[in-house]
Design a protein around this ligand. Structure first.
Ligand SMILES: [Zn+2]
Ligand SMILES: [Zn+2]
Length: 169
């Protein structure tokens, strides 16, 4: 059965009383919680398309979902923004226990698909997001983007402004 409710939030009650105890969905959704994603450098989530189903096997609910989306990420080395297309696959049990650390928590029997996607993005990203493996980052002396410009700093670690002072001493 194709789900007819609010597509972002699927009620387990609707799943349980549907034909074959299963609802399917296939559509684009918005992501509501971009704030938590900023901690891993993700500043925008766009073009989110989810397709999948929630099933009820004797009151044990499961979610199976494919998701495609576009991320805008800030490189943790050079601070430039770059785009990332991601494909995520989610296969998990659903629990109504809000304290559970396993599975997808359905608060008050509601599965919030946008939160499921946010959690999966968090898991799929590494702690340090880099625009490329070879990103040279910013010069610690003058701050230029070393991917774009040659730097005029000398190779030693002394700040050029301090160097004149040290020469006097
Ligand atoms: Zn970079
Ligand atoms: Zn420099």
């Amino acid at each position: 059965m194709l789900y007819k409710g609010d597509f972002m939030k699927v009620s387990l009650y609707d799943v349980a009383k549907s034909a074959h105890q299963s609802v399917e969905f296939s559509r684009s959704i918005d992501i509501n919680e971009p704030e938590v994603l900023k901690s891993i450098g993700v500043i925008a989530v766009e073009n989110v398309f989810v397709t999948g189903k929630i099933e009820d096997f004797d009151s044990q609910f499961t979610l199976s979902m494919d998701c495609e989306l576009d991320l805008t990420v800030v490189c943790s080395r050079c601070l430039n923004e770059y785009k990332l297309h991601k494909k995520l696959h989610i296969d998990d049990v659903i629990t109504k226990d809000e304290n559970s650390i396993d599975g997808i928590v359905a608060e008050n029997g509601i599965v919030d698909l946008s939160m499921v996607v946010v959690d999966e993005i968090m898991i799929s990203m590494s702690m340090k997001s880099l625009c490329s493996e070879n990103c040279k980052g910013l010069c610690s002396g003058c701050g230029v983007d070393l991917n774009k410009e040659e730097c005029i700093c000398e190779d030693d670690d002394i700040d050029p402004r301090l160097k004149g002072l040290l020469d006097l001493l």
